[in-house]
Design a protein around this ligand. Structure first.
Ligand code: FNR
Length: 180
């Protein structure tokens, strides 16, 4: 059976370092693993309970369907002002509702990425893990790649590429506990 990994980006710009890392993982995923880089998250309105339910925006419904169909969720994100970009935070909010039944509930989750600074987006990844936990995801312990892409392109650095592919492997290898 294929293991499907839904990737949520924290940056939807065409030249994004993090988009390029995610697309590299998609294009070099091991056999048995399908990586789906979820598009359109940047078109979802900010979460508001009054527009959820029957009237949920189509872009939010599409996000929920992509994650519901996935076996794992991987955020690949830069850091904005010491936390995750709002576009990713908003996606987690939409995925956390309806309360207790959001599409992210019970999904193994990891958050990785790169920024052109010495800390590599560490706070963003920590905060994404924290928020996903509260939303009901199962954060997989020990998957930490905060890549300081200070020289530009992390994909030109073989060791960095191995770290990103290793994170994908660890997320896929995580054993999902059978429901009691
Ligand atoms: C940044 N950047 C940034 N980097 C970082 O490591 N810590 C931070 O707190 C911030 N804050 C921040 C705020 C805003 C509004 C922007 C636009 C940028 C720099 C950021 O990491 C850099 O622009 C990355 O290249 C953005 O990621 P993508 O788009 O290349 O994936």
């Amino acid at each position: 059976k294929q293991t499907r990994v839904a990737v949520l980006l924290g940056s939807y710009r065409a030249g994004s370092l993090n988009r390029r890392i995610a697309e590299h993982l998609r294009d070099h995923a091991p056999a048995g693993v399908t990586v789906d880089v979820v598009e359109g998250i940047d078109a979802i309105p900010f979460y508001n309970e009054e527009i959820d339910g029957e009237t949920a925006p189509a872009a939010a419904t599409a996000l929920r369907e992509s994650v519901a169909a996935a076996d794992r969720v991987l955020a690949v994100t830069p850091e904005y002002n010491g936390t995750m970009p709002a576009v990713l935070n908003n996606a987690i909010d939409w995925l956390s509702r309806p309360y207790g039944q959001g599409a992210i509930v019970g999904k193994p989750f990891a958050a990785i990425g790169a920024t052109p600074t010495p800390y590599g987006g560490k706070w963003s990844h920590e905060h994404a893990r924290h928020s996903a936990t509260i939303a009901g995801a199962v954060v997989v312990e020990g998957i930490v790649v905060d890549e300081p892409a200070v020289d530009g392109d992390p994909l030109q650095d073989e060791a960095a590429v191995r770290r990103f592919l290793g994170a994908l492997d660890a997320l896929v290898a995580h054993e999902v506990e059978a429901a009691a």
